[in-house]
Design a protein around this ligand. Structure first.
Ligand code: AMP
Ligand code: ZN
Length: 458
């Protein structure tokens, strides 16, 4: 496989640490509100990556953190006068529900930052002992970026040009103000009852150390792939590299993959700008989860997408072309076979080339057009039809765009095929019995000259 590695700014051949088991860390949501669909664009890109790795024969050990303590969660829970744990629980639950609704493969671990405080303290102590970190007069602990020669490699920053006049306490800041960043923040009155004891007095961790602690504890000091949206590159991922590599003396991550933004009217969708839609919002406006997935994957993960509800129709049409084809192929395909049409190889190659989903889509839809023609001309063989169904299933394993209620259960297909055989033998009594059985399970069978069609009863 080939990935565009943000670290080298080049496409690179993927060489995993272990040939079979890939370690994957993806930055998860900050649970101070419901995620917006911009966040989900990033999580869907990660789902595409994971499904492509699995379809290419790898096993994946995946950790996605939950940021349940940072500047934003404290501020929002204080504003609402709700205990932090109770406050974040609500949004953690929403997130897990929506992951299921979005048909995103679950991670193996969903570590919560608040459960890894002692691991974070251990890393910070180690960094202080090696002079990579220091305690300020106010009791905060800062990472000294001067102490790490490679600081800035991921985002291509030149350290000699940096302004190092001040330290930065807040979790988020731009690359114009590169300074020593906070690993541990001394307790302030505004933190309410959110604090932990540490060798430096009571306080709480900075955001960046959280991911380093969770990633290294769950996946080891060197990880194959680390993902996030492009806005995570600086300062978050840059800081993760600095802390982790100074702590472990090993390369933290071999491949950094970042997805681009989902925009609204040309601007990044974000909570702070207020220009966001949640998953509930778009469903209310008539866009299905499958249509949303289709829209996201019709662009490459490194391109920006301008979100528009006007794109529902394109997605709807494309998805119904796929389901219609599958339904037409079912009565023609008599055998179950393991093979695929030739186009599947090119399709898979496109995905293995830095997850080129637009190219994979175009290969698939070109092929779909040809198969439809063959069906119309009556030139498709039973074997070709069976291979074609396999290809559609493979496509749908990767992209998950066929609505589940459009999927015909195997059992129903089996009864319909038995009924077809009974009809051939003019065994009308048996054929009727099977029709009733199909009806009992909520499906309607219709006959045409191309064969039977199965439809779900309304
Ligand atoms: P947060 O909950 O802010 O920590 O973000 C969770 C993930 O969503 C991170 O990987 C962000 O980079 C990503 N993200 C945030 N906004 C957008 C957006 N508009 N488009 C794509 N990804 C985003
Ligand atoms: Zn992170």
């Amino acid at each position: 496989m080939i990935f565009y590695n943000s670290l080298s700014r080049e496409k690179e051949l993927f060489k995993p640490i272990d040939k079979k088991l890939i370690t994957l860390y993806t930055c998860g949501p900050t649970v101070y509100d419901s995620p917006h669909i911009g966040n989900y664009r990033t999580f869907l890109f990660e789902d595409l990556l994971k499904r492509t790795l699995i379809a290419s024969g790898f096993k994946v050990k995946h950790a996605m953190n939950i940021t349940d303590i940072d500047d934003k969660t404290i501020k929002a829970s204080t504003n609402e006068k709700i205990d932090l744990k109770e406050f974040t629980k609500k949004y953690i639950n929403i997130f897990f529900d929506e992951l299921k609704i979005l048909r995103i493969l679950p991670a193996d671990y969903y570590p919560r930052a608040t459960k890894y405080i002692s691991e974070m303290i251990a890393i910070i102590e180690n960094l202080i002992s090696k002079n990579h970190a220091y305690i300020s007069s106010s009791g905060d602990v800062y990472f000294s970026i001067e102490s790490f020669q490679k600081y800035g490699t991921l985002t291509n920053l030149k350290l000699d040009k940096l302004i190092q006049s001040k330290r930065v306490l807040s979790d988020e800041y731009s690359s114009d103000i590169i300074q020593d960043f906070a690993l541990w923040k001394a307790y302030k009155h505004s933190d309410g009852n959110v604090y932990w004891q540490s060798p430096w007095g009571k306080g709480r961790p900075g955001w960046h150390i959280e991911c380093s602690a969770m990633a290294m504890n769950l996946l080891g000091n060197s990880i194959d792939i680390h993902c996030g949206g492009v806005d995570n590159k600086f300062p978050h991922h840059e800081n993760e590299i600095a802390q982790s590599e100074c702590f472990s003396q090993s390369k933290f991550v071999n491949y950094w993959l970042h997805s681009n933004f989902l925009l609204v009217d040309g601007e990044k969708m974000s909570k702070s700008k207020g220009n966001f839609y949640t998953l509930k919002d778009i469903i209310k406006k008539g866009m299905s989860v499958e249509e949303f997935r289709y829209m996201i994957f019709s662009a490459h993960y490194r391109s920006k997408i301008n979100f528009s509800l006007k794109r529902i129709n394109n997605a709807k049409k494309a998805i119904s072309r796929i389901t219609n084809l599958k339904h037409k192929l079912i009565p023609i395909a008599k055998d179950k076979i393991q093979t695929f049409p030739n186009a599947k190889k090119r399709f898979h190659e496109a995905l293995k080339d830095d997850l080129d989903s637009p190219k994979a889509f175009s290969i698939f839809f070109e092929w779909l057009k040809d198969i439809n023609l063959m069906i119309d001309n009556g030139t498709i063989s039973e074997t070709e039809a069976a291979k074609s169904i396999n290809f559609i299933n493979f496509f749908d394993y990767i992209f998950q765009v066929i609505p589940k209620n459009k999927e015909i259960p195997e059992k129903i297909i089996h009864y319909a095929k038995l009924r077809e055989t009974a009809r051939m033998k003019k065994d009308w009594a048996e054929a009727d019995k099977l029709r009733n059985k199909i009806d009992y399970y909520g499906w309607i069978v219709e006959d045409s000259k191309e064969g039977f069609r199965l439809k779900k009863k309304l």
